[in-house]
Design a protein around this ligand. Structure first.
Ligand code: ASP
Length: 589
């Protein structure tokens, strides 16, 4: 037997007991005659003591220990003189009488402790060492617990976990597919699923009215900080449901996870806001509602008074930062530079200090009464600082959204450990793309229009189609989009109309989606579903912005696995088998 106990479980209850432990040497501290060793495994850390009276052989063995050596120790549990209340095992130590090195280790390239000196790339290259660290261990434990609790809830709700294939044909989700060449079918390719969307809908036709899957999805997108080329979804679909049923079921899932994983309980329903409200008040479709600081629109009130920036703007909006009216020149200049950064892209920052009197950067153009009107429109209070941006509507709202989040962070209003979930509903069904002069589905082409807007959906006028809302919903926690889904089209006439609006000829629709159109001819029930970004949900619960920490073996920002060094070239022979010819001279953009 390698061990009688783990390194995380011994307490004073076991005092006097003979035990055997196994683990990794985290630290060795030699204090004169005595040596302390911190022994670590997945469960915790236990202090080992090799005291002055130890045999010279044991002392020599201890002296030879290095960081991350794998050892087995035999000893007795004793009460510690200096207790460490921070460790569950902090009241005891093991008085060692035998140490056996099970495996020596090279000096690790970074320290394996909560705070490490290793940079991102180095830690990813030596991921197995990084995984030994507490923060990662906790992240993996949280992820496991989440998956376990998802299955518990879904099972109780009579959902079946059904696997769908990884080698498929493109799904129409908008992003680029990863493709896999077929050896047997020369010149043909599979695609890795961006999501199991079509399969889960076909499962509904197959009669499995409650499906879910914790499933890997693949999207060949340009990488952003919180994106990974392969990521995991909790993918779900239900038949014989309306939007309300879906929202209730998955609000139930969210509440279960909050409670079971974090011990956070929610009374009442999660708030719901429409996409239009989200854009108007928060400038984005995934608002962080842990704090208020809503956007107030000043376009009407501020235009036409001779101030060029405002007069030429399509939109003028403001937020009021609480208790910031005393901001110094320097602070205001810094904030002004911040909004002008290319990522934010505002032209200028206009402010009004709401103190005993109103002081603004546009006093020349506006009377006190006019400024007072701005204050009233935005609901700013005494002590607030009104921050105003102007320009094109879309860009200005997005800049205000970024500024709002930044001020929220600076003022510590985005409190860690506080969770504010909400649903965003009534998204537009289509997005019009000017350069290509056509409509795209905002969600995907299987999303149904809002039931009360069917007439508009059949209208041939662009303005009418722009009005149509999708029967779709997003689930947001603390400004992070955790999931999204929709009620699907199950009527073939509607589906044909959808493809028509999206610019597919009947032949092209048949070629790409023939299998699902066909399936729908054989009795498709009304259905709808949702998918949650599992990695992101874990990261949000863990209080981290990085999904990478919650994936055991993530890719770096260039989409590479630096541990196994992938992607990598393959041999000529392998390529020949796949009937693939690479012309290295010819670079295709
Ligand atoms: N397949 C969609 C997605 O991956 C989710 C859904 O509509 O269920 O975003």
């Amino acid at each position: 037997m390698y061990r009688t106990h783990t390194c995380g479980e011994l307490t004073l209850n076991e005092a006097g007991k003979a035990v055997t432990l196994a683990g990794w040497v985290q630290r060795v501290r030699n204090l004169g005659g005595m040596t302390f060793v911190d022994l670590r495994d997945r469960y915790g850390i236990t202090q080992l003591l090799i005291d002055e009276k130890a045999s010279s052989e044991l002392k020599a063995e201890t002296a030879a220990l290095g960081r991350e050596f794998v050892v087995q120790v035999v000893g007795r549990v004793v009460e510690r003189a200096a207790k460490n209340p921070k460790l569950p095992t902090g009241e005891i130590e093991i008085s060692v009488n035998k140490i056996k090195v099970l495996n020596a280790a090279e000096l690790p390239p970074f320290t394996i402790e909560d705070e490490t000196d290793g940079g991102d790339e180095l830690r990813m290259k030596f991921r197995y060492l990084d995984l030994r660290r507490n923060p990662l261990r906790k992240a993996m434990e949280l992820r496991h617990k989440m998956a376990y609790e998802v299955r518990t809830y879904m099972n109780n709700e009579k959902f079946l976990e059904i696997e769908t294939p990884y080698l498929i044909k493109s799904t129409p989700e908008g992003a680029r597919d990863f493709i896999v060449p077929s050896r047997i079918n020369a010149g043909q390719f599979y695609a890795l699923p961006q999501s199991p969307q079509t399969f889960k809908q076909i499962l509904m036709v197959g009669g499995y009215d409650r499906y879910f899957q914790i499933v890997r999805c693949f999207r060949d997108e340009d990488l952003r900080a919180d994106r990974q080329p392969e990521f995991t979804q909790i993918d779900c679909e239900m038949a014989f449901v309306e939007r309300e049923d879906v929202l209730q079921t998955f609000e139930g899932l969210a509440k279960h996870l909050f409670d079971a994983v974090l011990g956070v309980k929610f009374e009442g329903d999660f708030p719901r806001i429409t996409y239009a409200e989200a854009m108007k008040y928060y400038g984005c479709d995934k608002p962080d509602i842990r704090f208020d600081m809503r956007i107030g629109e000043l376009t009407e009130a501020a235009k036409g008074k001779g101030f060029g920036l405002f007069d030429s703007a399509e939109y003028i909006g403001a937020i009021s930062a609480p208790n910031c009216s005393e901001y110094t020149r320097k602070q205001l200049d810094e904030l002004s530079e911040w909004v002008k950064r290319p990522q934010i892209g505002a032209k200028a920052l206009v402010y009004i200090k709401v103190g005993d009197e109103l002081k603004s950067s546009v006093d020349k153009f506006y009377s006190v009464a006019e400024l007072q009107n701005f204050v009233e429109i935005t609901g700013a209070k005494k002590g607030d600082l009104l921050l105003i941006l102007a320009g094109a509507k879309k860009q200005t709202l997005s800049a205000l959204s970024a500024l709002r989040l930044e001020m929220g962070a600076r003022l510590n209003l985005r409190t860690e450990g506080v969770f504010k979930p909400l649903w965003v509903v009534d998204f537009p069904l289509f997005e019009y793309d000017e350069p290509t002069q056509r409509f795209y589905a905002m969600h995907h082409p299987f999303t149904s229009p809002n039931p009360d807007q069917i007439d508009l959906f059949y209208s041939s006028r662009k303005e009418d189609l722009e009005q149509v809302c999708a029967n779709a919903y997003d689930f947001v926690i603390n400004g992070v989009e955790i999931g999204g889904g929709s009620i699907r089209i199950h009527d073939s006439k509607q589906q044909r109309r959808m493809f028509e609006i999206l610019g597919f000829t009947p032949e092209a629709a048949e070629e790409q989606f023939g299998f699902i159109i066909n399936a729908f001819r054989y009795g498709a029930p009304p259905h709808g579903g949702i998918a949650f970004g599992f990695d992101r949900w874990c990261a949000t619960f863990g209080g981290s912005e990085s999904i990478r920490d919650y994936i055991a073996f993530p890719k770096n920002n260039a989409g590479r696995d630096v541990m196994i060094d992938s992607p990598a070239p393959v041999g000529e022979e392998q390529l020949r088998e796949l009937s693939i010819k690479i012309n290295k001279e010819e670079k295709i953009d």
